[in-house]
Design a protein. Sequence first.
Lengths: 288, 337, 883
Amino acid sequence: MRRHALALITVVAAGCAKTGQTRTSVPLFVAGTNVTEPVVAAFGVPVTIERADLAFGPLYLCAGATAGDLCDTARLEWLETVVVDTTLDEPARAGELLGVTGTVRSWMYDLGISSQLTRTQPFILGAASQLGAASLVLEGRAVADGIEVPFTASVPIQQTDDTELGVPVVRKSTSESFFRDVDSDESALLLRFDPSAWVRGIDFRPYVSRETCTSGGPTIACDGGLERTCDGETELSTRDCTAMGYVCIPGAGCRERLTIDQQSEAYRSLRNALVSGGRPSFNWDYVP
Amino acid sequence: MVKKKLKLTSWNGAVGAMICLGIFVGGCGSEDVAGSGSLTVLLESEDVIVEGIEPGDGTENIRDGWAVGFDKYIATIGDVDVHFSTDESLEAKAGDVFVVDLTQVPAAGLSLWTLRGLREGRWEFNYRTPGARVGSTRHDSVAQADYGEMVANDWTYLIDGVLTKANGQSCPPAARVKPGGKTPNGNMSGGNACYDAPSVRFTFGATAATSFGPCEIDDTPGFAISAGGTQTVAATIHGDHLFFNGFPEGDEGGVTRLAQWLADCDLNLDGTVTRAELEQIAPSQLPELDERYQLGGSPITPLENMYDYVISQLKTQGHFQGEGECPFDGVEHDHKD
Amino acid sequence: MDEKTTHQREHSPLSRQRGDGACCRRQPPKRAAGFELCAAVCVCMLCAPSAWAQEPPASAAGESSAPVAEPVAVSPPRAVLSTEAAYPPEALTARCETRVELLVTVLANGSVGEVSVAISGGQEFDDAAVAAVRQWRFEPAQRGERAIDSRIRVPFQFTLPRAESVPALAPSTEDAGSRADQAPADEAPLDVTVRGERQSRTEDRSVSDFRIERDVIVAAPRQEGADVLRAAPGLYIGRAEGPAVAHNYMLRGFDADHGQDIEFRVGGLPINMPSHIHGQGYSDLGFLIGDTIRELRVTEGVYDPRQGDFAVAGSIDLRLGVEDRDRGVRLRSGYGSWNTFRQFVMWAPREAPEETFGAVQYMRTDGFGENRAGQSGSGIFQHRFGDGALTFRAIGILHVARSDLAGVVRQDDVDSGRACFTCVYPYPTAQAQNALANRFLAGLFADYAGSDGANGQAGLWLGYDNFRIQENFTGFLQQSRVLERVGGRGDLIEQQNRTFSLGLTGRYRTSPFRPASWVHGTVEVGADGRLDVIHQAQNLLDASVRHQTWDRRVDASIRGVDLGVWGDLDWIFTQYLRLRAGLRADVLSYDVEDRLGNFAPLTRPQDSFIRGFRRSALGLAWGPRTSAEAKPLEWLSILAAYGEGYRSPQARLLEDGEKAPFSKVRSADFGLRFDWGDPLRLAVGGFYTHLSDDVAFDAAEGRLERIGATQRLGAVAHAITRPLRWLVGSLSFTFVDATLLEPPPPSAEEPQPPFAEGQNLPFVPPIVIRADLGARHTFIERLGRQPFGGRAGLGFSFLSPRPLPYGDLANPVALLDASAALSWGPVELAFELFNALNSRYAAIEYAFPSDWDPNDGIRPRTPARHAAAGAPLSWMLSLAVTL
């Protein structure tokens, strides 16, 4: 009773009341991983990553164990996008996660391209448009069979007409542990990306070959850095791509660099790695 | 004013007593002497397990022309755990785990678990699909040999089905295929040669231990018990998630069903896709898994091979009362297995 | 000398034991119709002095109280100074002639001692007679040479047309029927006195039982009839959704939404609609016409067995009638801010009883801000007829309203300037919000008053309601469940509800039973039954394409039956203690035909089953309703009460056979009541309510969600003062601490809902303060043969900052309304100002996620604060003529 009498007085004075959850904000930082040594991709092919810019955002942290359609109301969210240089170790401030306190058990995010129920085409958000309507721009050099292949890949990650509209693409899996009781004085949340995880699964071997003209073979064959134009077994012409500073891509010939085609296995590997492979690590103990 | 002496006659006393009794009875009689009831839990299998999936253009059809039929769809399921919704400490369990062939489950479901003495009110519902080694009971629909194999390997599922399509073909990844004398039919699929395959069987056991719950249907969590009554709920296992183009959480309305990827996993072109074959193929090696697929919500990451993919899809198949959703592998109900 | 006993008596036609049969006006029951004309209960019991003084019930032949010890000559007392009783002016227009008989104790010193009413002629007449006789002086009765106390019977005959009273003195030893000498019939000057209610409130069961009389009700200006509710202590009403949608009510720590926790009755007709799709217990009081409201009775808590379904925080009963000074034919037209026009017509014949009248009103407005234009019309007709012990009351109410709605705006959009506070979002899906309401209610009540004090009532009523609303709170978040891959067309939710209701009510209270001299009591039994047939539907509409329906969410029919039975014992022990113990049981049954139940989404083969899910549920809720009142002093009452009630569920959410779907309400009250007459009446007390299973509105889901057990602990103080004849004021202060006792149930989206011990319930204002001040005065008695006078009023409401979900705190709300009027004879010109301080406040606030920017590619998912603006400063000028 006395407690209530005092409560009465304080309430009269300030009219305040206690509630379970409060609004809070948590500073959000993003960082990459310094890739000093070449990453070993499929079949032992070393790959040097020169550029790995990721369009990241928006990000939602949810109360339930599985995000997605069961996260209509999120605990915390960050609604912007940012280009993350995932080859750099140094954390950069992306913004503030805004929301309320409480436990979070799952997360979901888009990679710069979101889908909404209001239309079937995706929305290219700020960071993705900076990257030329792509979620990831990857550049590097792979050395396969002694031949160096500079490559570039531009990967948009988005929901399509066939897939779930209105839900972020990447969601926490049960293989990952994620739990935090968010209170009102969290220091910061740091997301660290590791581009080597995306590259590891790519098979670069199909992009080098040592071939001569054979009957029934391709019109343009590569013999290391040498481009052979064939007509069946007959070699019509050759070009030294290496001397021009180029690389010979089987089936395509001399190119400045390999552009990983959307229909190729390498592209699928990269895409799968981005959504169901290389997830960022979440660090709540980061103090900026 | 003249006051009369209060004579406490016996009648006055009786009246007084009646009043006091009335208030007393009213006061304590109205205490919640809550009744209790029972819960019957059924196991249901989705129509497609029993009837198969037809090809077509409708939302529930396989869009790329394949028909699917299941000969065996054995699942390990049980460990029903219910909690009173406003009092977590009030709990009841039906710990029996059964190994059941879902193709043999009647339309009305199999009544496998009963919980009695549940307090009147609303309860939450949880259950598991563990590995068979946990101490399971073989249901009559399952052959002893299959059961033995499941226990030995600690499998959650043992599935045996067949894909059929009149002009079906199988286009396994060129890097892995062992054609063994078969001749390609001249079509190509993303750089892989295709072979005629009007019928492709798939058979594998899978360890996909998952806990489901708290389940809800139509946005209403759990179920209600009424005093003296028996409520019936069903744990429903879906069977077509293998053919989804993603991992939709919740509403499955936006899903497209495609089966070609499975036909493309027959590496030795013997007409049967086995677990060993699935384990050898990375998702990127299947051109079928193109932008029509969205794998970002996979329960297992990373998806290193197609067996991981199968397990991921199997982990999402536990539902409640037909289409009700159950979040899986939530922290609270992690009975670590 | 028991002055109080005279005033305590219930005055109703039932109590009257008339000598002649000529009575005219049916004395209107002073209690709200819904709680019934009561009972002779009080009448006879409190007519007690005779009992307490150990007198046998008044017999035809008055007996002297003087014990006759020896056969000595006894002479009766003789009046030496007598005053005529003034004919009460309020009764003049009713042209009543009646007779009052008083039992007067003449003390040995010749002065008047105890006075009690043996035969009542009506409250005013009784009072007039008592007031007169108190001034009489006698030669006392004598036994031999000794002066003794004696008791005599004094009849007063009030006759017309000369508005004089003719007191007659009948010595007690004679037959009461005969008359002795008659004093000369003098002309008694008309004494115009404004008399307030003097009765003690014997129907009150707890300190939180408030009776607000008309002078307090009309003190503050009101924009519509329902605004009279603001005078109820602790009640906050907000009009967040325009004139065609019910108010939002908050009472005693309960967020009653559109009426789920308050049982409303108007003229005995139940107003709450069970299982209404827009809110459980939906009560739209938009049909009320302020001029026809006679009294507002607010029974907070559940201590009266007559309180039935929806009485969780309490009950509000409006008694309709037009008092004398307002009777006649009245026309009023008003014009005000935002092109608001009102027209009112009332017909209340002066000769007819207070309860007989007809009134019609029409309102149209452009509304403040955007999308708030509306029109409404209503008519209320009531008639009291019949004679003798059995009288009847017929009532009919008809209402129609339609208005556009502005919905809610996000607080962050208002802060950033993207939307203005009183604006609506610039999309068709927001601009197409509107609502339509139709209601018809009719009832016939029979009131019985036996000569032995027994009384009863029976009633039959029926109603038909039609409601349709289009509202969009969340923007563009929804997806169709019926159509494949259809979504994002705007969340314009259409709700339709049609209810046909029929009900019967009846109760009977016995005549007082007197087992001993110091105790007497009555027993009441009653029953209340109703049948509701409800059809409801909820769809999603695409406002950009001619309101195409793109999703179906609800399509259901519900048949509900509610049968309530109660018994009540009412016992008085001496004059100091009163105990009431009652029991009420309600059986509620619901038959739900849910045509979209078992609605499998697109993934199931549609031909393998037939859609639809029918279910039924029946449950019993019962509990005691007890109260005790001790009256150690005449002006002090100590009241304590305890009761148990229930809250019925939204039928569609029940499962088949769910037997105990009710939340149990346990309520207790304790307090003091001080009655110093007109200068001050004060009630102070504390209350506690526990709810076993509470629900809270979840705007994202658009429905009520369970949140676990809750409790409310609070205090209330209410004072009414009439310090001067022309001034009335009332002040109330209510404090509540409403807390959640256990965490809400887990769900798939929220498996471990956050919970802090002692966490406050959101939306409930901790402090509610209300002040009403009214003055009415005649400046010049005769200005060209008509009186010239005026009135002024002030109404002030204050709400302390309310906790909102997620730690937000709403701003405090302070609203001041003021009015001034001048009247000259039958004409009155009034000017009213509402929200005179021009407070910017939100009529209602929520927290939920919404997306009002469909083209930016971003979907916000965290709960944001949304508000529906409250009306800014407005004025109204009206002209009334009463013929």
